[in-house]
Ligand binder design. Structure first.
Ligand SMILES: CCCCC/C=C\C/C=C\C=C\CC(=O)SCCNC(=O)CCNC(=O)[C@H](O)C(C)(C)COP(=O)(O)OP(=O)(O)OC[C@H]1O[C@@H](n2cnc3c(N)ncnc32)[C@H](O)[C@@H]1OP(=O)(O)O
Length: 281
């Protein structure tokens, strides 16, 4: 049933060994022959940490799906328990200056492409989805999540601040007072809590069911004129998109300044150390 499987092996050179997760592409795109819906799968073990390479592949895959005139995009993960662990903290901890710039710029590109995508988008959240993972999920139009996982913007727990456009995605889904409290608390919602609060739309008991529910959502537009639908979506999202587009350079500057603060570096170091300790126990 797959019209095409785009999963090329593109060799990559990078000078920083700790960022070299794989020489292969970190995303795959599969287009269903019958529905015309593209499934975009993140595949960067162990936790789909969003580093420069995964973000670059995500950006290229989204572009490819738009160019292919797919009927819709479903974002998911090849990991059975993690959708995405969010930004790869190693990109921000003791960072290389030029790489840090490319990393943030590519994250901005991914958000602009996904939040502003012309095609209907849905996330099959088949695992934990903190911070940047939640950003990706809330940039989609519909979310289906598997039970007993967590999702949320936990930045304050790391001693960092979610940028305005992270908040825009969150606010496009949650009521303002829920979003404000959750952001301030760095709250991670369980699947049940996420459903109760509207952070996700449905719960599914397996990845297959989640993908099917996402496809059903995308199919709900089958009788709607695609151009009218995409222009409507883009108008509704235009203010947030233009805000970042017009302030990309300042946003990058703020991020670089903030990340390089000694207190932020110290906090990230402690957070990483705790993660590593936890994974060894
Ligand atoms: C006003 C000015 C504003 C300007 C803007 C300024 C700043 C904004 C900046 C940043 C915004 C950042 C958003 C983010 O996304 S930060 C990342 C947040 N992510 C997390 O907190 C998740 C942390 N991870 C976990 O909770 C768990 O790992 C998880 C539940 C995802 C999975 O648990 P599991 O038990 O399966 O796996 P672990 O054993 O914990 O992990 C395996 C392995 O992976 C490493 N790791 C996990 N997450 C990350 C990560 N996000 N980055 C890097 N590395 C990660 C973990 O350390 C283990 O490594 P190892 O010990 O096996 O080497």
């Amino acid at each position: 049933m797959l019209r095409s499987t785009i999963s090329s092996l593109v060799p990559r050179a990078t000078s920083v060994a700790r960022h070299m997760s794989n020489a292969a592409k970190l995303t795959t795109v599969e287009i269903n022959d019958v529905t015309g819906i593209a499934t975009l799968t993140m595949n960067r073990p162990p936790v789909n940490g969003l580093n420069l390479e995964l973000l670059t592949d995500l950006n290229n895959s989204i572009q490819e799906i738009e160019d292919n005139k797919s009927r819709g995009l479903i974002l998911t993960s090849s990991n059975p328990t993690i959708f995405s662990a969010g930004l790869d903290i190693l990109e921000m901890y003791k960072p290389d200056k030029e790489r840090l710039k490319a990393f943030w710029t590519t994250l901005q590109d991914v958000w602009l492409a996904l939040y502003g995508s012309a095609v209907p988008t849905a996330a099959a959240i088949n695992g934990h989805s903190p911070a940047g993972g939640c950003l990706l999920a809330t940039s989609c139009e519909y979310r289906v999540m598997l039970p007993k996982f967590t999702i949320g913007l936990n930045e304050t727990k790391l001693g960092i601040v979610a940028p305005k456009w992270f908040m825009s995605s969150f606010l496009s889904v949650l009521p303002r007072r829920v979003a404000e409290r959750a952001l301030n608390q760095g709250r991670m919602f369980t699947t049940d809590e996420a459903l109760r609060n509207g952070l996700i739309d449905e719960v599914a008991n397996s990845k297959e069911e989640a993908l099917a529910k996402c496809a059903e959502f995308i199919g709900s537009f089958s009788k709607v004129n695609p151009l009218a639908r995409s222009l409507t979506k883009q108008q509704l999202r235009a203010a947030e998109l233009s805000e970042l587009e017009n302030e990309r350079a300042q946003d990058l500057e703020k991020f670089i300044f903030f990340v390089n603060q000694p207190a932020v570096q110290k906090g990230l170091g402690i957070y990483l150390e705790n993660l590593k300790k936890k994974s060894k126990n």
